[in-house]
Design a binder for this molecule. Structure first.
Ligand SMILES: [Zn+2]
Length: 94
């Protein structure tokens, strides 16, 4: 847990990443749109809906991008990977 990578060790290589894994260790939830925009998301609203066990791909169409796209690619990254210019513009729609 301390290094923020322990979830990788417990997840089968073939398994989808689940939303709840963002709370394991020091990780952040990222969304990246085809237009190039990317943003850090707060998974709180989804966790509040009990979606922790949902695989990330199942949640991608719940996003909206400033460019009008109705989905964006989701991934979990370690905090160390967060660029200084972490933008906004992608948000949880539902
Ligand atoms: Zn976009």
């Amino acid at each position: 847990m301390a290094d923020g990578t322990s979830w990788r060790a417990t997840e089968p290589a073939t398994g989808a990443v689940r939303l709840g894994q963002v709370t394991a260790g020091r990780s952040t939830l990222w969304a990246q749109c085809g237009c190039g925009l990317q943003a850090v998301l707060d998974p709180g609203p989804w966790l509040g809906q009990g979606l922790a066990r949902h695989p990330l791909p199942a949640l991608e169409d719940r996003l909206r991008c400033a460019c009008g796209a109705r989905q964006a690619k989701l991934e979990i990254r370690g905090l160390a990977e967060a660029p200084a210019a972490a933008g906004s513009g992608i948000f949880i729609f539902r």
